[in-house]
Design a protein around this ligand. Structure first.
Ligand SMILES: Nc1nc2c(c(=O)[nH]1)N[C@H]1C(S)=C(S)[C@@H](COP(=O)(O)O)O[C@H]1N2
Ligand SMILES: [Mo]
Length: 247
């Protein structure tokens, strides 16, 4: 088990490389050199993206948290994992990484954890507050030695709609955000199937559809082109949802 101190250092180092990457980007540099007013605006934009989502107390937990979208992947493989309590399930971390990982649920639970009580906002017009515990994504990406060519993290899920797999993606700012975790525990209980067992993404500055459930594989990529419909997510490809769903 990595100590909290090591974990914090890890997150710090990753956040730094994320900032460097942003500053090196030609677009951001152009904005940064645009003038004092523009500089302030762009800094505020960057700062806002790194700001924390509101966190709540246990008194605020929603008595009922709706299951939305798919309630359970239909594949026989997923049914097998349910039957064995995800004992031989493993999360794959690959793509633009030097050290691809395969992590069991036990390994994910033994890593440093973060717990947060946050509100999920669905575009369909409902919200719910839940308590989530999981591993910071930044720690996994650091452990996997993510390449500085990576611009997006793609989450491949076990479920599909009419045979079309669910997936989502986020950029490095969200990926390295301290509240971005892979949650295996909800309201202090093992993550229920309906809410994405064995693990689901919590990316708390984004709308509900970014909170990928049933995550099987994580892929670091330089571009979203060529991945499924190329727009970065199931709803983005098929229903015109915006890829950027920041709140
Ligand atoms: N794999 C997968 N992830 C998903 C979905 C889905 O259907 N499949 N639905 C999304 C939508 S639109 C919302 S609002 C939330 C719902 O999460 P919940 O079921 O825990 O409320 O998960 C998101 N993540
Ligand atoms: Mo949603």
């Amino acid at each position: 088990m990595i100590s909290r101190r090591t974990a914090l250092i890890g997150v710090g180092a990753l956040t730094l490389s994320g900032c460097e990457r942003v500053t090196r980007s030609p677009t951001v540099r152009k904005i940064l050199t645009f003038g004092e007013k523009a500089t302030l605006t762009s800094q505020r934009l960057v700062t806002n993206r790194n700001a924390l989502a509101p966190e709540f107390t246990r008194a605020d937990l929603s008595p009922r948290f709706r299951v939305n979208g798919n309630a359970m992947p239909a594949s026989p493989e997923y049914a097998r994992h349910v039957a064995t309590g995800f004992a031989d399930w493993a999360l794959e971390v690959g793509g633009l990484v030097q050290n691809p990982l395969r992590l069991t649920l036990a390994q994910l639970k033994a890593a440093p954890q973060r717990t947060q009580i946050t509100r999920q906002d669905c575009v369909e017009g409902w919200s719910a507050i839940g308590e989530w515990t999981g591993v910071p994504l930044s720690l996994l990406l650091r452990h996997a030695q993510i390449s500085d060519k990576a611009q997006f993290i793609v989450f491949h899920c076990a479920d599909d709609f009419s045979g079309i797999p669910y997936y989502e993606s986020i950029d490095m700012i969200d990926a390295l955000h301290p509240q971005t975790i892979l949650a295996h525990t909800m309201n202090r209980q093992p993550l229920p199937i309906g809410h994405g067992a064995p693990i689901r993404l919590r990316v708390e500055r984004a709308l509900g559809y970014k909170q990928a459930k049933f995550v099987m594989r994580i892929e670091a990529v330089a571009s979203l082109t060529g991945i499924h419909g190329g727009k970065g997510g199931y709803w983005e490809d098929h229903s015109g949802y915006q890829w950027f769903a920041g709140i």
